[in-house]
Design a binder for this molecule. Structure first.
Ligand code: AHG
Ligand code: MN
Ligand code: MN
Length: 363
């Protein structure tokens, strides 16, 4: 085991200070906020790592009953603890005007005993939490927006900003190693947690997504609910070398979007959770403000693309805090192809041999 102090990598703190020096007027509030978020992520990483020993697996219970969040989803104990970690580590410092989270119905007000700051923090404290009990990688996702600066209580409308207005976005992934992947609007940097030092070290500078790919990720159990452009794209991938794409594709589905996003940043690929007809009351599976927008900003900053299928996801003007949306992201050329399929007239099933009587999508 090499001495950690021999490492040539910068720490997250060093990286942030060097970035701030480029903006002599910056107050330092922003850096302090990112470091507090990083500390929350380290705390969550430790909680996740203890697994069954930490007695934190399973559903969250209040008395006998399980608790359900505003999405109608059963909360895991770690969803609730991770939410608390984000709040407790960031609320005190005077950098935030308010917060919003997947696990809180309404915006969170900074308690009166603390000063209020100029930023809003929006987060998914534990993404992929259905994977927590089976020891598969999970993560946290966050987005930083500008908030009201007059110290008043925040309201839902303060958070309804398009993704292009994000000041910063990032995620932590709790996998074999813990990593923090961050964009401040100037490229994407990856930091690996050094377990000896408890510090995030800059290990992946200026991450760029390969423009082309041969790997896609989608929950194929929803295929009968997909819209025609998505069916067409996946069918063409499955048709492989003899098909219209002329090459074989590989498929992955982890069910932790953070883990899928991370794989795509590392080796390319495309992720799809499109709007489908499974539940017409839902405009998609993923949430715009704390899943699609931060991951979308990271993808775009890494040279990839993020889209609803119809338009860049970062251009969508949100209408509700917990709004859902269809999401496609990853290698630029693949996302553009899926967008093109959405624009082109629908290929009717009769005309497409892949939907013929004995094809891949006939059941
Ligand atoms: P969360 O755990 O925060 O509710 O998010 C889970 C999301 C996302 O991470 C993943 O891609 C997707 O839900 C998985 O959906 P399926 O259950 O349809 O596989
Ligand atoms: Mn999530
Ligand atoms: Mn979550």
């Amino acid at each position: 085991m090499p001495l950690s102090t021999r490492s040539q990598h910068s720490t997250l703190t060093q990286f942030l200070i060097e970035e701030r020096r480029k903006f002599p007027d910056a107050s330092g509030d922003f850096n302090a906020l990112i470091l507090d978020i990083a500390l929350a992520c380290k705390a969550i990483a430790r909680g996740v790592a203890f697994g069954e020993l930490g007695q934190v697996l399973g559903d969250h219970r209040a008395g006998e009953a399980g608790t359900v969040n505003v999405q109608g989803e059963q909360q895991k104990t770690l969803d609730v603890l991770s939410n608390q970690a984000f709040i407790r580590r960031t609320e005190w410092a005077g950098n935030l005007a308010g917060m919003a989270s997947e696990e809180m119905d309404d915006p969170y007000q900074i308690p009166a005993k603390y000063p209020r700051g100029k930023y809003l923090l929006v987060f998914d404290p534990l993404d992929g939490s259905s994977n927590i009990d089976v020891n598969v990688a999970v993560g946290s996702i966050f987005s930083v927006l500008r908030g009201p600066e007059d110290g008043r209580d925040v309201q839902e409308s303060d958070f309804l900003q398009s993704g292009t207005r994000q000041v910063a976005a990032g995620y932590a992934i709790y996998g074999p190693s813990t990593m923090l992947v961050l964009t401040l609007g100037n490229g994407v940097q990856g930091f690996t947690l050094d377990p000896n030092l408890g510090e995030f070290m800059l290990t992946h500078r200026d991450i760029r997504i390969a423009p082309e790919t041969q790997e896609f990720a989608i929950n194929a159990s929803n295929s009968r609910f997909w819209q025609a452009p998505v069916k067409r794209y996946v069918d063409e991938c499955l048709a492989g070398k003899p098909g219209p794409r002329g090459k074989d594709f590989n498929m992955r589905w982890i069910a932790s979007m953070v883990a899928e996003a991370h794989r795509i940043l590392m080796r390319g690929g495309v992720f799809m959770y499109p709007r489908d007809t499974k539940d017409p009351s839902k405009a998609g599976r993923l949430r715009l403000l704390y899943e699609a927008n931060p991951i979308g900003m990271i993808m775009e900053q890494a040279g990839g693309r993020a889209s609803t299928g119809e338009m860049p996801v970062l251009d969508v003007v949100p209408s509700a805090l917990h709004q859902r949306i269809g999401l496609v992201f990853g290698s630029r050329e693949e996302v553009e192809r899926i967008e093109r399929y959405h624009r082109e007239p629908t290929h009717t099933e009769e005309h497409n041999p892949l939907f013929a009587e004995r094809s891949l999508f006939r059941y």
